[in-house]
Design a protein around this ligand. Structure first.
Ligand SMILES: [Zn+2]
Length: 430
């Protein structure tokens, strides 16, 4: 039962939230968006059981619970390819004037274009077959409800949620992502972990079989629907060949959510080692057996195998110095960074709209897409890091880290990370 249920949920999670979460994660890294505070924290005794319970709730999608007590007949309409909110109202035989009134009422507070295929619109009919109410989700935590009495009345309702912290530990046999899925870790969380470690690790080369991953993260359960919304990573550790990399969440004095190691050093580096969507490339872990070329005298960069169209991120903050065809490099971008570094990206299938010479980009911002233009045998990214006009090996790059905590802030961090770590261990082993 559990296995049968699990896959559709995972697939729908991947397809709906996947790219959103990548971009959200990098926004988090770059803008340090302050996330919602945890309302209450609960240590979960038997994690597996609780998760199972929730996933069953998702599928039964108990929307009925959230509806007023008046006796209405509820019809759930799934939005199919090609449907619009208006076309659905037309199918329900609403008059054009009424449709216009309803739509303009909603669009005061919600952009109806944001409703996606697969989402549900619920309509409620009274005994005479008149639709008296329309409801749909604005986001997993919010319902928009339109009452259709004499006047059209719009109601936005926040659903109740409960917050949890959960810990997991697993060994990589294939890839961080696929083994994470096998260990019931949400794809949303896996994408965040890959983003967090992409400053330190090249997921195609550094991860070895028997790498140990240990993580703790926050999530909310929406009580009415059973839906889970994943929030911040609290703790993440990767141990490769006995070498440990670990990061703790910390809200800095200036109010940013950020990640630091035990010494209070920030996760951020001035240039990324892996300027690609880590989940995409980590899935080609098998490439290790047939390594695509690494850095040497003849080959002054590193190649990352990834499907055509995979987004390429700016390796660091900087200014676009070159965009265009460049001989064997095919479609090519070069960025000038402020500290004597440049990064170059070759064989692209396309450039991101708006990327042109002189444009300022932020680390993690999409600049183009993986392809196979120029001298290339298959889709991959050729990535070069140039320091004072000399090519250096991105894989051996040691760059200064970002913010380092000091003084009272460091003391505060040390107290907090000890609590995070103790909670993590107790959730794993008690
Ligand atoms: Zn190359």
């Amino acid at each position: 039962m559990f296995r049968i249920l699990r896959y559709p949920i995972i697939i729908s999670l991947i397809s709906s939230g996947y790219f959103l979460f990548i971009s959200e994660y990098f926004k988090l890294l770059d803008n340090n968006v302050l996330k919602r505070e945890i309302v209450n924290k609960e240590i979960i005794e038997d994690k597996k059981e609780i998760i199972l319970d929730k996933q069953e709730k998702i599928t039964s999608s108990n929307i009925k619970k959230s509806i007023d007590k008046i006796q209405y007949d509820q019809k759930n309409i799934e939005i199919l390819q090609g449907d619009t909110f208006v076309s659905i109202l037309e199918n329900l035989n609403f008059k054009q004037k009424k449709i216009y009134e309803i739509v303009s009422k909603i669009e005061d507070s919600f952009d109806l274009k944001k409703i996606k295929t697969g989402e549900i619109i619920s309509v409620f009919e009274n005994n005479f077959g008149e639709i008296k109410k329309i409801e749909f989700f604005k986001d997993p935590e919010t319902i928009i409800s339109i009452n259709l009495d004499q006047e059209i009345d719009l109601n936005i309702r926040e659903l109740t949620k409960e917050s949890f912290v959960e810990s997991k530990e697993y060994t990589i046999l294939e890839s961080l992502f696929s083994d994470g899925i096998k260990n019931d870790v949400s794809p949303d969380i896996l994408v965040k972990i890959i983003g967090l470690f992409s400053f330190d690790l090249d997921f195609q080369r550094d991860i070895r079989v028997n790498t140990l991953v240990s993580i703790s993260y926050e999530f909310d359960e929406i009580i009415e629907t059973g839906k889970l919304v994943y929030n911040d990573i609290k703790y993440a550790s990767i141990i490769i060949d006995g070498k440990q990399l670990e990061y703790f969440k910390f809200i800095t004095d200036d109010g940013y959510v950020d990640y630091f190691n035990r010494e209070g050093k920030n996760v951020k580096k001035s240039i990324l080692k892996t300027p690609l969507d880590g989940a995409k490339i980590s899935s080609s872990f098998g490439m290790r057996k047939h390594p695509i070329s690494g850095f040497n005298k003849m080959h002054k960069g590193v190649d990352f195998a990834a499907p055509t169209g995979t987004p390429i991120y700016a390796g660091g903050n900087g200014i676009i110095e070159y965009v265009g065809r460049n001989g064997g490099y095919g479609k090519y971008i070069r960025i000038r960074h402020n500290n004597g570094y440049k990064t170059a990206y070759a064989h692209l299938s396309n450039y991101k709209k708006g990327i042109s010479k002189g444009v300022r980009v932020n680390q993690g911002e999409v600049i183009g897409y993986v392809g196979s233009t120029g001298n290339s045998t298959g889709p991959h990214l050729h990535y070069e890091i140039i320091y004072q006009n000399k090519h250096i090996n991105p894989l051996k790059l040691k760059l200064p880290s970002g913010k380092i905590l000091e003084g009272e802030e460091l003391e505060k961090f040390k107290e907090e990370y000890k609590i995070i770590y103790a909670d993590h261990l107790s959730m794993l082993y008690e």
